[in-house]
Write a protein that binds this ligand. Structure first.
Ligand SMILES: Cc1ncc(COP(=O)(O)O)c(C=O)c1O
Length: 381
């Protein structure tokens, strides 16, 4: 997941220059300019209300862990609500918030005070309803959840990926997330949006949440932020971030100087090449090709996504509830044998998603898509 590509020259140069100067300086002990510069840049790119603060981390999972700690400290409440099909990482809290059991086998007991809602998965659950009516039903269920599962005044935060990544590129309906924002405000619950996979141009915008005109209280980031170097962050409204008690967040390596240099160079490069326009362009090409494949192959039940987060779902008998993991597995093997690496997604392992760098040349992208199409032809006739 390197949106700006593998080894962009300015990023490589920034890493080398910084490594020659200072590799390590624990921010817990002594602050340094690079950390501050990066935090300021991120706060400018992703304002969370009038005043925004940023904490750097080593990974997506660590961002999620800290977002939860901060939400609990800010609200004084214990409970966290998450969603079916979510993926938030492999540390204990992040794994608990993750849905697919295959990611968690034998690792329990999991963290307490985590509650799960069905993700408003329009493809699988719409029952012929319009997207707005469908959203209204799910929101009513959430209000009901506060009576049947956990009172709203015990809930610190609701965490959601605006486009589920490992879950199969399920896009949250606009109406749902906009109303969810209002429900959170009504009950003093913090809205945490996990942008680890969807951030930094992947959906054609810096943040996927910008598509929905919603601003989270806290957000979590990593992956493309450092072009492959281990760096992530938590961004939040300043008063929320300031509620952290001394010594409760941080660590030896978060915001390591070399990673900060890589990230600053990555963000500058992303601005220069207009990463969001590239995300949109890649997304348009893939969407068009996938839609054509859907017309050709009835096993493709759904084509969906936002920007370059594009996927198709393989099903049997045109039924969203009959996932075809077997064909998906065979297609992945076909692609591997023809020089293309693709991995599955979705809790049932029946979704093919595209996660190419956004700087990919058009002919190379089409060559990869040709391999997928040829694989479908060979497998499905
Ligand atoms: C949405 C989301 N959150 C969190 C994570 C965890 O990130 P990391 O692997 O850097 O810990 C991932 C990784 O795939 C992710 O997609």
């Amino acid at each position: 997941m390197v949106n700006a590509g593998h080894c962009p020259p300015p990023v490589v140069a920034a890493i080398a220059a910084q490594a020659a100067q200072m590799i390590h300086c624990s921010f817990n002990v002594a602050s340094y300019d690079l950390y501050m510069q990066l935090a300021e840049k991120l706060a400018t790119l992703f304002p969370h209300g009038d005043h925004t603060k940023v904490m750097l981390t080593n990974s997506g999972a660590e961002s999620v862990e800290n977002a939860i700690k901060i939400a609990r400290q800010a609200t004084g409440r214990p409970a966290i609500i998450c969603y079916d099909s979510a993926f938030h990482g492999r540390s204990m809290m992040a794994m608990t918030l993750t849905s697919k059991v295959g990611y968690k086998l034998g690792c329990g007991p999991y963290a307490p005070e985590v509650y799960r809602l069905p993700f408003p998965d329009y493809y699988k659950l719409n029952n012929g309803k319009s997207e707005d009516d469908f959203s209204a039903i799910h929101l009513r269920d959430l209000e009901e959840f506060f009576n049947t599962n956990i009172p709203s005044n015990q809930v610190a935060a609701i965490i959601m990926e605006p486009v589920q990544g490992e879950g199969g590129f399920n896009v949250v309906p606009k109406k749902y997330i906009q109303e969810l924002r209002k429900i959170c405000d009504k009950y003093g619950i913090l809205l945490i949006l996990d942008e680890v996979q969807s951030g930094f141009g992947r959906t054609g915008k810096w943040a996927a949440y910008e598509h929905f005109d919603v601003v989270p209280d806290i957000s979590t980031w990593a992956k493309s932020m450092g072009s492959g170097m281990p760096i992530g962050c938590v961004i939040g409204k300043a008063d929320i971030m300031d509620s952290c008690k001394p010594s409760t967040i941080g660590g030896t390596y978060p915001g390591n100087p070399v990673c900060c240099a890589a990230s600053l160079a990555t963000l500058k490069y992303m601005e220069e090449i207009d990463i969001n326009a590239l995300g949109e362009k890649v997304g348009n090409i893939v969407r068009e090709r996938f839609n054509k494949m859907k017309e050709q192959f009835s096993a493709i039940g759904d084509v969906r996504g936002l920007g370059a987060m594009m996927a198709f779902e393989l099903v049997k008998n045109n039924d969203p509830h009959q996932p075809d993991a077997d064909t998906c597995k065979k297609l992945i093997a076909y692609c591997a044998n023809h020089g293309l690496i693709v991995i599955n997604a979705g809790v049932n392992g029946n979704v093919i998603r595209i996660l190419s760098p956004l700087v990919i040349e058009e002919n190379l992208l089409n060559k990869g898509l040709d391999i997928i199409e040829n694989g479908l032809k060979e497998l499905l006739g």
